[in-house]
Write a protein that binds this ligand. Sequence first.
Ligand code: HEC
Length: 121
Amino acid sequence: MKHAITIITMLLAVAPVTVRAQTTPETGKEIFEQMCAGCHGTYGNGQEGTKAGFVPRIATLANKEYMDSVPDDYVAMIIKKGGAYMGKIAAMPAWEHKFNDEQVASLVAHIRTLTNSAEKH
Ligand code: HEC
């Protein structure tokens, strides 16, 4: 019984943190999964996690050969300025007013992990 109370107390203590994380995504992974996956897919391969009917399927973020060919500066720049500015499909929004440099760097770091994890999905 004492244990049950301890566990409930712990859950209550953790709950507000979890709620905050959902409303204000902080890390690149959280931001990506909430705001980017709808078009890019949870794993950057344009598959799972994409909004129903979003075309085209954008698979570049999980394409190792392609991602190895583009520097971090380019990835950060297209996140800030959007697709049209960089000569890509204009459906990619510009995020520079939404995210600070730290968040963009965190997004770039998360995107860099997708080329490794994509093979598993
Ligand atoms: C409304 C759909 C949409 C959303 C939301 C979106 N993107 Fe994109 N993104 C695109 C499209 C379309 C392209 C261009 C693909 C192309 O031209 O091949 C793109 C391109 C990119 C590229 C460059 C990839 C390449 O092929 O060179 C990066 C990096 C990127 N997006 C990151 C993000 C990040 C990070 C977010 C979330 C903060 C995000 N995107 C949200 C649609 C979207």
